[in-house]
Ligand binder design. Structure first.
Ligand code: HEC
Length: 171
């Protein structure tokens, strides 16, 4: 990577030979990605994947807690409120959890599909849609109207599904 950047900084005079050498280096870098490769954010690929899966597990757990309560005969509002507050907190910074190089080609177990990095703009839009919906769900949950919570929960769930259908490998 660094070698690649350096080559780009060399005078234009250096010409095509160097550029193509750089391309080759970049390709080799992708192929040789391993658990210990350090990302620009200082985390290793393995750490980054584990961190995002950890956040997503907590989001999933909170989501299930809300779903369970909404299905219950008499929903426990306090539990819904705690879980609804967890989702936006855990989802903070989600667009940064998927740096280049943290896909399945890394060799680390991940359900993130390679197409994430082919359309990062759309992926990040979907991140934003979920974060917005989750923030609304949280404020509606704190207000305490169970019917309104149900509707906001459904909307938020739709934003999870919209991303998973396209960007997450099926189990
Ligand atoms: C913008 C895309 C996107 C959105 C929005 C999204 N997810 Fe995901 N989710 C993913 C990807 C990609 C993975 C796979 C991550 C991996 O394995 O590295 C994943 C994985 C998960 C996992 C499995 C975590 C694990 O490793 O055990 C759960 C649970 C989950 N998501 C729940 C949710 C819920 C609930 C929402 C909505 C509130 C949501 N996700 C919104 C993309 C998204």
């Amino acid at each position: 990577m660094n070698r690649c950047k350096l080559q780009f900084m060399l005078p234009v005079l250096a010409g095509f030979a160097l550029l193509s050498a750089c391309e080759q280096t970049a390709e080799t870098d992708v192929v040789s990605e391993t658990a210990s490769v350090e990302l620009p954010n200082g985390m290793t690929v393995k750490e980054q994947i584990e961190v995002r899966q950890g956040h997503l597990k907590k989001i999933g757990k909170a989501f299930k807690a809300i779903s369970d309560q909404l299905k219950a005969g008499s929903p426990d509002l306090a539990q819904i409120q705690t879980a609804a507050a967890t989702v936006p907190t855990e989802a903070m910074g989600m667009a940064d959890w998927f740096p280049e190089g943290t896909g399945p080609a890394s060799g680390i177990k991940t359900a993130a599909l390679p197409i994430i990095w082919e359309d990062k703009t759309d992926f990040n839009d979907k991140v934003g849609a979920m974060q917005d919906a989750a923030a609304k769900l949280d404020s509606i949950a704190q207000a305490g109207d169970v019917a309104a919570i149900g509707a906001a929960f459904k909307t938020t769930g739709g934003t999870c599904k919209a991303c998973h259908d396209k960007y997450r490998k099926d189990d």
